[in-house]
Write a protein that binds this ligand. Structure first.
Ligand code: SAM
Ligand code: DTB
Ligand code: SF4
Length: 314
């Protein structure tokens, strides 16, 4: 599958056939009971110079999110330790940066990566644009994966973000791959794009030299004060079709049911797992936006007959 027509042919299959094909692809490389739980932590929140129209952390919009300094290593260690105790196997850290600048802050992020790896969890960071040198330093620190989303199709991208280009994003992804770090790259749906725009994003991913090992599918979490605050919510069946298509196109990857679960029914989430999603963010906060509570997720996993995450340590 390389072209839009290939993707469209799969995406448009009758739903029972699409789900069956996705389940076959899923079982070829994964145990369908293995749904990874990842915990997200915003280690540097807000005040970002970029103008991504979906984001609570851009300094250009009045979202009410306060800019904070880079978090201390001790605090990161505490949060990561707790995440591990609650059953997370991947710890993802984000900064509201346009790009990484060399200096004490980057050194501190490298220490955060070493700390998470020292706890025997996968470590993923999303820090904005990177140079080849910086990617290599992250690899040396033991980073498992770098998250850098293309977000949408090349055509729709300028309607959402004007302060950087699609090619800037592709350049960083290529630096990450050259440094031997696994790539986590996906997008957001529900930003006024067409179904073809969503499929074109998958086509871009399929045409990267090496396809991403991790494909996050975020549903827009509408943030008051941003240009996308009133965006129309994603249709449930369209979400399921997209996940199934991503699973078939990237059978080895983790396809992640990422942001937006707090507005999804239990049944929709279960359908997404049947369609091949095999990861969620766990814990009641994403970077700045809400996520289902640990209790709600425990009940979801119980309903599926899968091992339940811990709810609390007390
Ligand atoms: N500043 C860095 C960058 O943009 O590359 C890293 C942090 S940024 C918040 C990470 C990703 O979160 C974005 O690329 C976007 O895909 C996702 N994201 C941000 N706000 C979102 C929202 N309101 N709903 C869904 N996903 C969102
Ligand atoms: C990704 O694809 N989704 C995560 C992670 N990568 C960094 C971020 C979701 C952010 C949701 C909005 C917020 O919390 O502000
Ligand atoms: Fe900044 Fe990243 Fe938010 Fe864009 S998505 S405004 S780059 S924090």
């Amino acid at each position: 599958m390389q072209t839009l027509a290939d993707f469209r042919a799969v995406y448009d299959l009758p739903l029972p056939d699409l789900l069956f094909r996705a389940a076959q692809a899923h079982r070829q490389f994964h145990d369908p009971a293995d749904i990874q739980r990842c915990v997200l932590l915003s280690v540097k929140t807000g005040g970002c110079p970029e103008d991504c129209g979906y984001c609570a952390q851009s300094a250009r919009f009045k979202s009410g999110v306060e800019a904070t300094p880079l978090m201390s290593l001790d605090e990161v260690r505490d949060k990561a330790t707790r995440a591990k105790e609650l059953g997370a196997t991947r710890f993802c850290m984000g900064t509201a940066w346009r790009e990484v600048k060399n200096g004490p802050q980057f050194d501190q992020v490298l220490d955060m990566v070493r700390t998470v790896r020292g706890l025997d969890m996968e470590a993923c960071v999303t820090l904005g644009m990177l140079s080849g040198d910086q990617a290599e330093r992250l690899a040396e620190a033991g980073l498992t994966a770098y998250n850098h989303n293309l977000d949408t199709s090349r055509e729709h991208y300028p309607n959402i973000i004007s302060t950087r280009t699609y090619d800037d994003r592709l350049r960083t992804i290529s630096q990450v791959q050259k440094a031997g770090i696994s790539v986590c790259c996906g997008g957001i749906i529900g930003m006024g794009e067409t179904e073809d725009d969503r499929l074109k994003l998958l086509v871009e991913l399929a045409n990267l030299g090496t396809p991403p090992e991790s494909v996050p599918i975020n549903c827009l979490v509408p943030i008051a004060g941003t240009p996308l605050e009133d965006a129309v919510p994603v249709d449930s069946v369209e979400l399921v079709r997209l996940i199934a298509t991503a699973r078939i196109a990237f059978p080895k990857a983790r396809v992640r049911l990422s942001a937006g679960r707090d507005r999804m029914s239990r049944e929709l989430q279960i359908l997404a797992f049947i369609a091949g999603a095999n990861s969620v963010f766990f814990g009641d906060k994403l970077l700045t936006a809400p996520n289902p509570s640990n209790e709600a997720d425990a009940s979801l996993f119980r309903a599926m007959g899968l091992p339940e995450p811990c709810v609390s340590l007390t």
